[in-house]
Design a protein around this ligand. Structure first.
Ligand SMILES: *Cc1c(COP(=O)(O)O)cnc(C)c1O
Ligand code: SF4
Length: 350
């Protein structure tokens, strides 16, 4: 129910100076804007470099695309047999259920695909066709429900989706990817939790959060409601310049996840989404930060540092043995042993 979806609403709320509104209108016209009240309250209005604001408040830098950026940076389209499904690995599919989110992250890897103007949920025939695809492929063991943010759907609709998937005998795991426990924790109420639990499948929730301040008491309580109901939780974070690209912040983030019973799973190297170069950290810095985390933290707290090779090639767990510096950037080895060129981590343009 957030009203914070326009530049003028952000200015009225004191989240951007009124004199910047004109310059930010074209950004908001290009990439969707939304903040929940929860997120707005978390922002430190006195800090021009606030790591929460940086994730959600539009910036002029987004209008500067760089040559290596792509509208489909992780190559979903290359592996989409039917609309709504991405099938790259035999035993699991992504099921992109909705195109909208309660917040719009400025670094979103699907920013060309998400937004309030997109058809919010899959149309009934597209949904039915996607479910039929999963039914027709007995090798699919896990369905990763994503979007957009699938938890932007109502509890009733979530329950229907879960029931459709649970009715497919070979689907054993349904993993929901969401930001909702952080950005709108009150929505994770008992009815919502119950809608996720369907006999016949194991439900898992992967939470996207990037800064320890996002894991407020209310967010941790929302996670506890899911976990206490028997739903294991994993984390996903994106390594972002000016948000979490230092050891102290990453350490606090990972420890806070574990304290909240959320197992750190992935730290994503930021994808080459358009207008996001100001968020990118070099692979070198990412590997250094991971080394520092490994040296300081219990293995419980250490996520895997992963990068999606553009074009839908593969998701690679980055370790120093799978990346090599080249004259123009990097080369990265995929799980099959093949090497792929990857552009250098660019410095911010401003
Ligand atoms: C990342 C990804 C998955 C998820 O699988 P993981 O084992 O969690 O990495 C599934 N399908 C696609 C296309 C992916 O990019
Ligand atoms: S919640 Fe996820 S899909 Fe939605 S804008 Fe943020 S990164 Fe993109």
């Amino acid at each position: 129910m957030s009203p914070l979806k326009t530049v003028s609403a952000l200015a009225d709320a004191g989240l951007i100076p009124a004199e910047r509104a004109g310059a930010l209108e074209p950004v908001a016209a290009r990439y969707a804007v939304a903040l929940t009240d929860t997120v707005a309250r978390l922002i430190d209005r006195g800090d021009p470099n606030d790591p929460i604001a940086r994730q959600y408040i539009p910036s002029e830098a987004e209008l500067r695309a760089t040559p290596e950026e792509r509208s489909d940076p992780i190559g979903d389209a290359a592996h989409s047999p039917v609309p709504g499904i991405v099938h790259r690995h035999a035993d699991r599919v992504l099921f992109k259920l909705v195109h909208n989110c309660p917040v719009y992250c400025r670094f979103c890897f699907r920013r060309e695909m998400v937004g309030p103007d997109s058809e919010s949920a899959l149309l009934p025939d597209v949904f039915a066709n996607a479910v039929a695809y999963i039914e027709g492929h007995p090798e699919i063991w896990e369905v990763i429900v994503t979007g957009g943010d699938p938890f932007s759907l109502s509890a009733r609709r979530i329950g229907e989706v879960a029931a459709h998937l649970a009715a497919i005998p070979h689907v054993k795991i349904v993993r929901w990817h969401t930001r909702l426990p952080v950005v709108d924790p009150a929505r994770i109420n008992d009815e919502f939790v119950a809608s996720l639990l369907t006999p016949g499948v194991t439900t898992i929730v992967a939470l996207h959060a990037n800064h320890p301040r996002e894991l407020t008491a209310a967010a941790r309580a929302a996670c506890a409601r899911l976990i206490d109901a028997g739903i294991p939780m994993l984390s996903q974070s994106v390594l972002l310049k000016g948000v979490n690209d230092d050891v102290k912040t990453l350490e606090a983030l990972m420890r806070t996840f574990v304290e909240a019973r959320v197992k750190p799973y992935y730290l994503h190297h930021a994808d080459l989404a358009p207008g996001t170069s100001h968020f990118r950290v070099s692979i070198e810095e990412g590997l250094t930060l991971m080394g520092a985390l490994r040296a300081r933290l219990s293995g419980l707290c250490v996520p895997q540092y992963v990068l999606d090779i553009p074009g839908g090639v593969a998701k690679v767990r980055l370790t120093s043995t799978d990346v090599e510096k080249t004259a123009t950037g990097w080369r990265i080895r995929d799980p099959d042993g093949n090497w792929h060129a990857y552009p250098a981590g660019l410095r911010p343009l401003s």
